[in-house]
Write a protein that binds this ligand. Structure first.
Ligand SMILES: NC(=O)c1ccc[n+]([C@@H]2O[C@H](COP(=O)([O-])OP(=O)(O)OC[C@H]3O[C@@H](n4cnc5c(N)ncnc54)[C@H](OP(=O)(O)O)[C@@H]3O)[C@@H](O)[C@H]2O)c1
Length: 234
């Protein structure tokens, strides 16, 4: 039995990958965790984690979800949101480019509707990504969205204080966001990270630890924490 610490966390996108490991880590500490995702199911039940169906892009569904669970100490959003356009900007279907911003709309919806339900000594974390500041050819849409997320966090830290808000920017992490399986997956992950200072894909639990740090450390706000195996500086 874990010791209860009388804290409550909402983790949007907490049914898979980085969000799932964040939910596990918080629940293991005794935090009551409410996960929201479109499917509203966990592949395997987790003690201390309750899951519900909610779409971060559907403001009505999100509002009633957040109101049902107010007041909470922590709000984490790691929901991927939608499709990501890849390729050169000048050749890109502009609707695909715009569609990549679904992640930003999901994040901004959750802060717009959720911040009022976060306790005044609470904290918010949004998950960005290393392409925001490490440009790679073909990643202009993802890079632009990541920059917007990090800029939003820096600006909103002023408006939300004393509530803290931070971004965590993962490098390439081995999660179900990538659909390749078996040998193809191994090749993809190793090829994509071979020039990084730590030449492997990260584990979602390594990112979850940074999210936990940003939630708990009361002297951290308005910043981005990189957990990327040196991908930014390779
Ligand atoms: N993995 C990486 O290498 C990497 C690198 C840099 C940044 N990131 C960022 O890290 C975040 C988490 O990625 P991940 O790798 O953990 O992804 P993941 O394993 O695919 O998990 C995504 C989660 O988001 C939920 N979700 C997606 N759209 C949603 C919506 N509209 N409403 C509610 N929930 C939604 C999914 O559940 P449902 O399908 O049930 O909705 C799932 O729980 C994303 O923002 C991603 O861009 C990841």
């Amino acid at each position: 039995m874990k010791p209860a610490i009388n804290k409550k966390a909402i983790v949007l996108g907490g049914s898979s990958g980085i969000g799932l490991e964040t939910s596990r880590l918080l629940a293991n500490q005794g935090v009551e965790v409410i996960v929201g995702s479109r499917r509203g199911v966990l592949d395997e039940p987790l003690s201390g984690v309750h899951v519900e169906s909610v779409d971060v892009l559907d403001r009505q569904s999100l509002q009633s979800f957040l109101e049902r669970h107010r007041q909470f100490d922590y709000l984490v959003n790691s929901a991927t949101g939608g499709q990501r356009a890849v390729g050169p900007f000048l050749d890109m279907d502009i609707e695909g480019f715009r569609g990549s911003f679904a992640k930003l709309w999901g994040y901004t919806n959750s802060v717009h509707l959720g911040a009022r339900h976060v306790k005044s000594n609470g904290a918010i974390v949004l998950v960005s990504g290393y392409p925001a500041r490490r440009f790679k050819p073909g990643y202009i849409a993802i890079s632009t969205v990541g920059n917007a997320v990090e800029g939003f966090v820096r600006g909103m830290a002023h408006e939300l204080k004393p509530i803290r808000i931070n971004a965590v920017a993962p490098g390439l992490i081995d999660t179900p966001m990538f659909s390749q399986q078996g040998h193809d997956r191994e090749i993809f992950l190793s090829e994509s990270t071979k020039d990084h200072l730590i030449p492997r894909a990260g584990k979602p639990e390594e990112v979850a630890k940074a999210i936990q740090f940003a939630l708990e450390n009361e002297f951290v706000t308005g910043t981005t924490i990189d957990v990327d195996g040196g991908a930014l500086i390779h």
